[in-house]
Design a protein around this ligand. Structure first.
Ligand code: PCD
Length: 791
């Protein structure tokens, strides 16, 4: 292959003032004035309110449920139980991973916080009060909390609802070449191994989940306002489950206050709201509170990994192999491509030229909430990056090698792209050594090492941690990636009005990342219409084309590409119209900054707005040209895009308390061409904060009975500005060769890449080979004493 050419970012922006560049976000005029319209801001006439009764036990048989007192409450309109739902055939719903999940429990409860009954009342307070009037007789059962015991002989069987089920095993899956990998390990000079847990964490968006369902009893149309990142996927799942045709279902996602993967799936509360509106004949709103969000909606990670890495004695990496035990909770509800039970975990050979790799993943049920969602990561890439970046550091430590040098020596080289990994992924482009070198330069790496050595002599604990990651974002292609048979492709529709203003309709859904701005910028770049004159419509299935939605940083790679293609189709039509206007052949026209001009005669030209008017006028067009100025497109990506980044974290650890202070954090990201560099930097800032949170404080913990120990923000700690340094960002720009504008996704890069940099830095400071996240003061303290906590 040939090395991709580097494009200077400023060059991209400067040449096209109309399109790409750091313009301010169009949506912020609304948001900063408090004019956002979130789900809980919506009130429909006659609307009732729902509340969910949840299980106090992690595992228990339901002996009886008595709802009579709740039903007698003067403000209660309906009480729905699993039995009510069973009568409608709705007690169980399909998960996104071909399992079933209880909407409301009928036989047993299987995790603390599971949905047991749904009360519909005149207001939210009455609905909540009535929950206390429901009497449930539970017979507690032993629970499986530690995934490592889930397959033990005699372990309680969680899913006895499934026919013939006698254990807690969900799947075994492998990737790579086992024999070739074993062979490499047998011949290697050096092998390093490490057991690690990527703990259970939670996306915890600022806005919790909820929905308002409204069934029109006359037309039979169901309208669902809901906090979803994937409106069209939701509509099709409702259609399949409820047996309603799609045109009788309208999903509307209003403004979303953060998604982070938490708003991909369909939760029992959404189905309850639908049943509530059918039963009562009026709209029903259900909005969960913070504890419900933390306890019952999609968690992320929970991967127990045993990794090994092999190298020659002079540090050439040869192979990696890993065994994973994946804790999927009580129902297998991970949201990821159907054919990939471990998501994209098998990118774990990372950014290195490694000849042989193999992984084996076993999924098990436990008495915890279901999920396994791609929280700010493209389907398990976070786990994969953490694994390889920890292994490389462990190897470097064992051998006394410098972790930066070891990485530099093994990175895939620019001329190797497109690069096919030992696990079959085709990385599209990158200049890894340049990206790493840039981070080392910004950090002043050699100087930092000198400072560290000096401090060590004084007993001060300073650490430097590096990680280099490759993300794989922009799922499909649809041939290999689908959810429940729906291929991962996305549509776009563009209409230029007679006056030259435009409306773009998208299947993806912004959750805060600024799509109203960046997608308008893409059209602006292609057509020369000001971004202010381009309205972006999203989130309403009646108003937008079909597509799989926003997660796994796929909007720019897929919907962004669809937007480029649809704008280019419009431009082709505009060319024919311009030719008719100027009475020349289309072949004589050149496109220049928003206008077609006759080659060699710049005075004869037509701007896009004039062309738009002409396209709607009495102008005679060639045969077969329909007029008007619009187009549609469905984009099925040929491959994923592979952004990368080099991150360096500098920490100081208090030797007396184990408290970690992140002093500096350098992040050099390469996401190809940047549409809006300011938004990209904001995305990176957010992801870095996320990563610091996971590395140092976030943890979904349980006691041995399965009681949730992180069900509020008092216990589940999110990072704030107090824990974050002033981020130092850099960039390299290697365009994706297969994306029409060379852009790669970036929304999750920093969350994926940063945790290993922080952990590597802390362990470097305290001189410990490995300790699991989160590295709270207690964990660090114990690790320094050679007695690490096992989470
Ligand atoms: N960009 C630009 N350029 C480039 C790339 C990108 O400019 N090159 C930009 C765009 O346009 C947008 C952003 O940036 O705006 C991002 O992008 P992307 O990467 O494509 O992504 P998206 O798809 O759009 O998104 C998604 C993501 C995710 S996925 C997540 S998690 C997170 C992120 O996003 N989330 C969030 N970010 C954010 N932000 C906010 N604000 N919020 C939120 O929620 Mo998952 O799977 O769901 O877990």
């Amino acid at each position: 292959g040939t090395a991709p050419t580097e494009v200077a970012p400023t060059q991209v922006c400067a040449s096209t003032p109309m399109g790409y560049g750091s313009m301010r976000r169009k949506e912020d005029a609304r948001f900063i004035r408090g004019q956002g319209r979130y789900l809980d801001d919506i009130a429909l006439p006659g609307m009732l309110h729902g509340a969910i009764l949840r299980s106090p036990f992690a595992h228990a048989r339901i002996v009886s449920i008595d709802t009579s007192a709740a039903e007698a409450h003067p403000k209660v309109k309906a009480v729905i139980t699993g039995e009510t739902l069973a009568g409608l055939g709705l007690a169980w719903m399909p998960t996104l991973s071909h399992d079933v999940q209880a909407v409301l429990a009928t036989d047993k409860v299987r995790f603390q916080g599971q949905e047991v009954a749904f009360v519909v009342a005149e207001d939210r307070y009455a609905a909540r009060d009535a929950l206390g009037l429901i009497e449930v007789d539970y017979e507690p059962l032993d629970a499986v909390i530690d995934a490592r015991t889930a397959l033990d002989e005699g372990a309680p069987v969680i899913r006895d609802d499934l026919d013939g089920r006698t254990d807690n095993h969900i799947f075994d899956w492998e990737a790579g070449d086992a024999a070739a990998t074993d062979d490499v390990f047998a011949r290697a000079d050096v092998v390093a191994e490490c057991d690690m847990l990527y703990p259970r964490v939670h996306p915890a968006p600022m806005e919790t989940c909820g929905s308002i369902a409204s069934m029109d009893p006359v037309t039979g149309k169901l309208v669902v306002y809901t906090t979803t990142q994937a409106p069209h996927a939701h509509r099709t799942v409702y259609a399949l489950v409820a047996g309603l045709p799609e045109h009788k279902i309208q999903i509307i996602a209003p403004d979303i206050g953060g998604g982070f993967g938490n708003k991909v799936g369909i939760y029992p509360g959404y189905v309850c709201a639908v049943v509530g509106t059918i039963v009562t004949g009026v709209p029903v709103k259900w909005v969960e509170d913070r504890s419900e969000n933390l306890m019952a909606t999609s968690f992320a990670r929970d991967y127990h990994m045993r990794g090994e890495i092999a190298s020659t004695k002079d540090g050439k990496l040869l192979g990696v192999r890993v065994k994973v035990l994946a804790d999927h909770g009580a129902f297998n509800g991970t949201a990821q491509p159907s054919k990939m039970p471990a998501g994209l975990f098998h990118v774990f050979s990372g950014s290195y030229d490694i000849a042989a790799a193999h992984c084996q993943v076993t999924g098990v049920y436990t008495n915890k909430a279901p999920g396994g969602v791609a929280y700010a990561c493209s389907f398990r890439i976070t786990e994969a990056v953490y694994l390889i970046e920890r292994l490389v550091d462990v190897l470097a430590r064992d051998q006394g090698w410098d972790p930066a040098e070891l990485r530099m020596k093994n990175l895939v080289q620019p001329e190797q792209f497109p690069y096919t990994t030992a696990l079959g992924w085709e990385y599209d482009s990158g200049d890894y050594p340049r990206t790493l070198q840039k981070a080392l330069d910004i950090a002043g790496y050699a100087e930092l090492r000198r400072e560290q050595a000096e401090k060590r002599e004084r007993g001060e604990l300073m650490g430097i941690g590096i990680s280099f990651f490759t993300e794989a974002v922009g799922a499909g292609p649809r041939k290999t990636m689908d959810i429940l048979g729906l291929g991962m492709a996305d549509g776009a529709e563009l209409r230029v009005h007679p006056t030259g203003k435009a409306v773009l309709r998208l299947s993806c859904m912004s959750q805060g990342q600024g799509h109203s701005t960046t997608f308008a910028q893409i059209v602006a770049q292609e057509l020369g219409i000001s971004p202010d004159d381009i309205e972006v419509v999203q989130g309403d299935t009646d108003q937008t084309p079909f597509g799989l939605g926003t997660y796994a940083s796929r909007s720019t790679p897929v919907s962004g590409a669809a937007t480029v293609m649809v704008a280019r189709k419009v431009r082709e039509r505009a060319k024919i119209v311009a030719a008719a206007m100027l009475e020349v052949s289309p072949d004589d026209l050149e496109w220049e900054k928003g206008r077609f001009q006759v080659a060699g005669d710049p005075s004869a030209s037509a701007a896009i707005a004039d062309i738009a008017m002409a396209a709607h006028s009495d102008l005679e067009l060639p045969d077969g040209v329909e007029g008007h100025l619009d187009a549609t497109c469905v984009y099925n990506p040929p491959n994923l895009t592979y952004p990368c980044g080099a991150y360096i974290c500098v920490v100081d650890v208090d030797a007396g308390t184990g408290q970690v202070k992140v002093r500096r954090f350098i992040a050099v990201d390469d996401c190809g061409v940047r549409i809006n560099p300011m938004i990209v930097e904001g995305q990176v800032h957010g992801g870095l904060a996320d990563g610091v949170g996971m590395a140092l404080m976030q943890l979904m913990a349980f006691d041995s009975d399965g009681n949730h120990l992180g069900a509020s923000f008092m216990d589940y700690l999110l990072p704030t500005a107090m824990e974050c340094p002033s981020w130092e960002l850099g960039e390299t720009v290697t365009p994706s060769p297969h994306h029409p504008i060379g852009a790669k996704g970036v929304g999750e890069s920093a969350t994926v890449g940063s945790p290993p940099a922080v952990v590597n830095a802390v362990l470097d400071a305290i001189g410990v080979r490995h300790a699991d996240m989160p590295l709270t003061p207690a964990h660090v303290w114990r690790a320094m004493r050679g007695d690490p906590i096992r989470t």
